[in-house]
Design a protein around this ligand. Structure first.
Ligand code: AMP
Ligand code: MG
Length: 419
């Protein structure tokens, strides 16, 4: 049975009052503190769990390896019945193979034929490699000393029964499938996938591939956001486009709230006459206008619609992408059960010059070539070609900065955001 957690509280997006422009870190800290998983927990077969988010810590049912075994084909014996120099040990009858243990113990001073993966027979703690032995089928000869425990794997040396080996919140990888299977799991407790509705707004926005009239533009944000959601490992829900019409938008938000766990809108999020996303959220009494000290970024509208969190992103594609990566991505990490997500960047010498005023953080479209980070020629927030040219973002600090070529700057590859 799966049980959905209760909805978020109305004030989950309420930033501290009295601050004109909220610093990026303060806004992120607020999200981190107020959001949590909104998706149900379910159990799925191991074979279907790759890419899903683990909902509980996992404790090993069984050790890996479950018993001591040999890592090579060779001859097993007790190390302390051998010594330096030439060794000649009589062989016991039979052999130990993977899945077919030897049916007898090996007395001290004797050896047994063992094949890779076979459980070590009683009396055996050490194995000598085939290539280091000669045998007539009755006895085995090799040169000592052989290090005690050589060529064997200890029981539980990888994972021990009862060990916690994976933590809740982990997005399961192919390697995790091997690990979970090895320690005895056939089913895994995971979170239901986070369903993310994507909705474009604006009278001017039409679907690409259709004839466009004067003043009309093709919807660029929706294909971008839907594919970002997919890359993040969430479930995209395409809610289409809505004109700047309050009733139409209200209906569509109702549909989106019924179909998804979180809603991303683009456009109409400022405080102007045609900014219906913010107007409707305000009407619903759960709207917060976020004025973040961030470039590129216009005000963001955040709120709950029928209990479902809404991220009202700016219409400009560059601002929509940056705001998604900086705010919506980590927020959705929490909502999905994955936990807070901090993209890892690194310091790279700048291949550009720029003077930056204090007061807001800036993200530049960037990529690395020849060991330096270069930035797109224009900072215009409608320049979609720059988003596509870039392979990541340079993050410039909130304070003033004077960047000269060779000075290191913080570069965050798109991949670090999960793209
Ligand atoms: P808005 O945030 O609604 O004021 O829109 C800001 C700018 O982004 C305007 O130039 C819009 O035409 C543009 N815009 C809004 N939505 C989209 C979209 N889905 N695709 C491309 N551009 C858009
Ligand atoms: Mg608009």
């Amino acid at each position: 049975m799966s049980l959905k957690p209760p909805p978020l509280k109305n004030d989950c997006f309420a930033l501290p009052p009295g601050v004109d422009w909220t610093p990026v870190d303060a806004a992120k800290a607020h999200l981190q503190e107020h959001l949590r998983a909104v998706v149900a927990v379910e159990t799925v077969p191991l074979m279907q769990a790759s890419g899903r988010v683990l909902a509980q810590d996992l404790v090993a049912w069984r050790s890996n390896p479950p018993q001591a075994n040999t890592a090579v084909d060779g001859y097993g014996f007790a190390a302390d019945s051998t010594g330096d120099g030439d060794q000649l040990l009589p062989l016991v009858a039979g052999r130990a193979a993977a899945g077919a243990p030897l049916d007898r113990a090996v007395p001290a001073g004797m050896a047994a034929r063992v094949l890779t993966g076979a459980a070590l027979p009683d009396g055996v703690d050490t194995v000598v490699l085939d290539e280091d032995c000669s045998t007539d089928g009755e006895k085995v000869a090799f040169r000592g000393p052989v290090k005690p425990g050589a060529n064997t794997r200890k029981a539980g040396e990888d994972v021990t029964e009862g060990d916690r080996f994976l933590d809740a919140g982990r997005r399961l990888t192919p390697a995790d499938m091997a690990l979970c299977a090895a320690v005895g799991f056939a089913d895994l407790p995971v979170y239901a996938p986070l369903r993310v509705a994507v909705l474009s707004t604006g009278d001017e926005v039409i679907e690409s591939g259709h004839p466009a009239g004067p003043g009309q533009i093709y919807d660029a944000n929706r294909p971008m956001l839907l594919s970002m959601i997919e890359r993040f490992g969430f479930e995209p829900v395409d809610m289409g486009r809505v004109p700047d019409n309050r009733d139409a938008l209200r209906d569509r938000l109702n549909d989106a709230a019924g179909a998804a766990d979180v809603i991303l809108t683009s456009g109409g999020a400022s405080a102007g006459d045609e900014d219906h996303v913010s107007a409707l959220l305000r009407e619903a009494g759960a709207m917060q206008q976020w004025r973040i000290a961030l470039k590129p970024g216009r005000p963001l509208a955040l709120g709950l619609w029928n209990g479902v969190p809404v991220f009202g992103l700016p219409g400009n594609p560059v601002a929509a992408l940056v705001c998604t990566l900086v705010f919506a991505r980590p927020a959705m990490g929490l909502l999905s059960g994955e936990g807070w997500f901090e993209p890892q960047g690194f310091e790279v010498p700048a291949g550009f010059a720029k003077k930056k005023k204090p007061g807001r953080r800036e993200y530049l479209r960037a990529r690395i070539r020849n060991g330096v980070v270069e930035v797109f020629k224009s900072e215009g927030s409608g320049r979609i070609s720059g988003l596509s040219w870039a392979e990541g973002l340079v993050e410039l600090p909130d304070g003033a900065a004077e960047i000269e070529p060779g000075i290191t700057v913080q570069y965050i590859p798109y991949g670090s955001f999960g793209l």
